[in-house]
Design a binder for this molecule. Structure first.
Ligand code: BG6
Length: 460
């Protein structure tokens, strides 16, 4: 075997409640912003497919978990839906939700699969958005109560908790670039949402520790290494600022317990800082994670801006750089994302060298492919050799990072069974397991079989 991984390495996949459970308005669950947005603007979703049914995990979780075991999972991440557990956003838990999550966790444990549980995956309960979402500190407190409720109810079964998945995405989508509800474009409001999200994170960490949680608590961040076009000082500066905005804005508070001073100074200069409250600084300092999830899909290549900024346009990070399309870059044309395997190594070595080698794992990596049925083999199985190659080539860089002392504890693919990708709905398929949208039938792809083998042998 050429690439051997530690015996304790986590092999598995990641998913989320809103993208896989379905039953979005059943079992006592209240609507989230996704149900609402789809109801008012269905045209914003690929083929007008909304969040109501997604991948029916709510109904078929036992079968799905059986398939996870079949393809060598020793761990699996999903989320608890806030709007399912606490339909009003706060108050008494919904009994049906409690038994669903208990059963799901028991099934995972019975199959020898360690549950990794995340508490927020872009799915703000509508009741909470109606009072301002993350712009309102009452929502921050309600989230901290929701987190504490989860720790109390499920802490006996769950030892790996995550406060947020990719917290920058609702900031970008909802308050800067118009791809999530509430479709606002306003940097100061975006900064408030980002800041309050980290306060919510820190409050959840505090609650976990106060309750005597005997596991680990962390956060999952999408880290996109910023590469400059050239070594020209203007290109280097562009990459540095992009890194501050898109990586360090969440990575520094999560791991170092404070926002980067340079970012704060920049936002102060442009009068974009959010409001802080007394006690926030200490709370953030105490909210450092035990474990960091790293989602890696693509690098960010930037160059110095060519044109002057229109000062009347809304302030956005792109005031400080232009995107750069590197000639000859390798692309996943379906998602429009560059494939750059070494990026995963650059992240891990950065964490080793600049973030105290915080224990981490690859919590998402994956390849979304449109029209995947054209790769259906004569045996009726999707022959996704491109996905096998994608995973293998990333794992080779993870392996190198491990050999060089990085503390990367596992690898989770996005995702287990093809699931609903927000406004892209079912356009791109990511799963180890194919979902037939017509019949609901699940069928393990070639990559799932390959992964089972890698996981069982501990390498390839
Ligand atoms: C991550 C998210 O951003 O990437 C997932 O955590 C998402 O929710 C995945 O589905 C793939 O991206 P997309 O936009 O193609 O669904």
């Amino acid at each position: 075997m050429q690439y051997r991984f530690p015996e304790s390495f986590w092999w598995g996949s990641a998913s989320s409640a809103p993208q896989a459970e379905g039953a979005s308005l059943q079992g006592g669950k209240a609507p989230t912003i996704w149900d609402h947005w789809f109801a008012i603007e269905p045209n914003r979703f690929h083929q007008q497919v909304g969040p109501a049914e997604t991948s029916t995990f709510y109904k078929y979780f036992r079968d799905d978990i059986g398939l996870m075991a079949e393809i060598g999972h020793n761990s699996f991440r999903t989320s608890i839906s806030w709007a399912r557990l606490l339909p009003a956003g706060q108050g008494e838990p919904n009994a049906e939700a409690v038994s669903f999550y208990q059963d799901m966790l028991d099934e995972l444990l019975a199959r020898g699969i360690t549950p990794f549980i995340n508490l927020f995956h872009f799915d703000m309960p509508l009741a909470m958005q109606e009072i301002g979402g993350w712009e309102n500190r009452e929502v921050v407190d309600a989230y901290a109560d929701f987190a504490a409720t989860c720790f109390r109810l499920f802490g006996g079964k769950v030892k790996h908790w995550f406060t947020f998945n990719e917290p920058i995405v609702p900031v970008e989508g909802g308050y800067l670039y118009d791809f999530h509800y509430p479709n606002v474009v306003d940097f100061r409001r975006a900064a408030t949402v980002a800041y309050n999200t980290m306060i919510a994170h820190a409050k959840a960490v505090q609650a976990y520790r106060q309750l005597g949680g005997d596991g680990q608590i962390g956060i999952i961040l999408n880290l996109t290494p910023s590469y400059p076009r050239s070594q020209n000082p203007a290109d280097l500066k562009a990459a540095h600022i992009a890194d501050l905005f898109f990586n360090r804005s969440f990575l520094d508070p999560a791991v170092r317990g404070e926002f980067p001073a340079e970012l704060v100074a920049l936002l102060r200069e442009y009068d974009q800082l959010p409001a802080c409250e007394p006690g926030d600084k200490a709370l953030l300092a105490a909210g450092k994670v035990d474990l960091l999830g790293v989602n890696y899909y693509q690098p960010r290549r930037v160059k110095a801006r060519l044109n002057a900024v229109n000062p009347a346009s809304p302030f956005i990070p792109e005031w400080f750089f232009d995107y750069y399309e590197m000639p000859g870059r390798k692309m996943n044309p379906h998602r429009g994302w560059e494939i750059y395997e070494k990026g995963i190594y650059d992240i891990l070595t950065d964490l080793r060298d600049n973030y105290g080698n915080v224990p981490c794992f690859i919590s998402e990596n994956g390849m979304g492919v449109e029209g995947e049925e054209k790769f259906l083999g004569t045996n009726g199985q999707i022959q996704d050799d491109y996905r096998i190659e994608f995973i293998r080539d990333h794992l080779i860089w993870v392996h190198k990072a491990l050999q060089e002392g990085c503390q990367c504890l596992g690898y989770h693919l996005w995702t287990f069974v093809d699931n609903w990708s927000w406004s892209n709905a079912y356009k791109n398929r990511y799963g180890f397991v194919r979902l037939d949208l017509g019949t609901g039938e699940r069928r393990i792809k070639k990559s799932g079989e390959w992964f089972a083998d890698v996981s069982r042998r501990g390498g390839f």
